[in-house]
Ligand binder design. Structure first.
Ligand code: TRP
Length: 329
């Protein structure tokens, strides 16, 4: 039997290079592995836990669906799931999970505290419950591995606690899911400070950027004189070299490093031009596939319906078992 792996991306609009390398590429690696069956979810209900625009949510959800497919999600091999299509099952399961986790535990999560700081006027029950809905996403399919970024570790810790408690209190057999780390996990911001993020304008490259746009964006990354002179490289240069490693390989990065440390120095104009071309080469097929998909809404809709149907079968079995073991009639 293949192991099911659940992974989700929030429905907050188009994916950028950071999502692609940090999350989607890892999922595609697993899709190619015959031991696993992937479930690619767009978690639109999670997107409602912070302020959102009701007139845009469904479109944003659809954009992520298209991006998933354009990046290489193969509906013959994997499931595609729009979370709200099975929202009844996931939210019900999350409610049962909420009976074994204390409020104090949830309030102390660093992810919760961060969101409270970002949106002090929106500290809702939905926000507090975010990790339990995520636990429901994962455990509904008994997913043992979860390909997400390191920032999601506290949520996986809650998921494991839910699993342990449900198992010991009610005799269920949930696995304790682990994070699956991918290679390009940390994609630096183009500014060199922090990571590439949708919420920081100018920090990212979109999956649909053409070569000129990528060049323009890279032009903004701050550099230095090109030589070490005994000082460590600036954060912008480190970011550039990290991206060189991701798109042109470790060897290329080491070549540049050598030039930087004891060679003639790096010529950033050339580095950026080559890097832009390497990024574009990887993105172009995605871009073209996406344009094709935009012309086939019925095909995409069918994939969404098929995925929901398959997911519903699995999740409803889990839910039935939980209800029975927890004593519901
Ligand atoms: N919290 C995840 C994030 O922000 C998104 C998510 C929701 C998720 N449910 C999930 C990821 C289940 C993996 C599995 O990235």
């Amino acid at each position: 039997m293949k192991k099911l792996i659940f992974s989700g991306i929030r429905a907050t609009g188009r994916l950028h290079l950071g999502n692609y390398l940090g999350a989607v590429k890892g999922m595609l690696e697993l899709q190619a592995d015959p031991d696993y069956e992937m479930l690619f979810a767009v978690v639109d209900i999670h997107a409602m836990t912070t302020p959102y625009d009701k007139d845009k949510l469904s479109q944003q959800t659809y954009e992520v669906v298209l991006d998933y497919l354009a990046c290489g999600l193969d509906p013959e091999k994997s499931m595609l799931l729009v979370q709200s299509k099975v929202g009844d099952l996931h939210t019900e399961l999350a409610f049962y999970f909420s009976t074994v986790i204390t409020i104090a535990k949830m309030q102390h999560l660093p992810t919760f505290k961060e969101k409270v700081k970002q949106h002090p006027d929106n500290v809702t029950m939905a926000l507090l419950n975010y990790p339990l809905l995520m636990a429901a996403d994962i455990l509904a399919y008994r997913s043992e591995l979860v390909p997400v970024g390191i920032d999601q570790e506290p949520h996986l810790e809650v998921t494991r606690e839910v699993a342990r408690k449900m198992n010991s209190l009610y005799g269920l057999d949930f696995p304790e899911p682990k994070r699956f780390a991918t290679k390009g996990e940390y994609v630096p911001s183009l500014f060199g400070e922090g990571k590439m993020s949708k919420s920081v304008e100018g920090s990212f490259i979109n999956l649909t950027d053409d070569l000129e746009t990528i060049k323009k964006r890279l032009a903004k990354t701050p550099t230095d004189a090109g030589k070490s002179d005994g000082k460590p490289a600036s954060s912008g240069v480190v970011a550039l070299l990290d991206m060189v490693a991701l798109f042109e390989g470790e060897d290329k990065k080491n070549e540049y490093l050598k030039q930087y440390m004891d060679g003639d120095g790096i010529r950033y104009g050339e580095l950026k031009k080559e890097l832009a071309e390497a990024i574009y080469k990887e993105l172009q097929p995605i871009w073209e596939k996406r344009k094709e998909l935009e012309k086939k809404p019925d095909y995409v809709k069918q994939i969404i319906e098929d995925g929901a149907k398959k997911a519903r079968q699995i999740a409803s079995q889990t839910l039935a078992e939980v209800k029975e073991k927890m004593g519901l009639l």
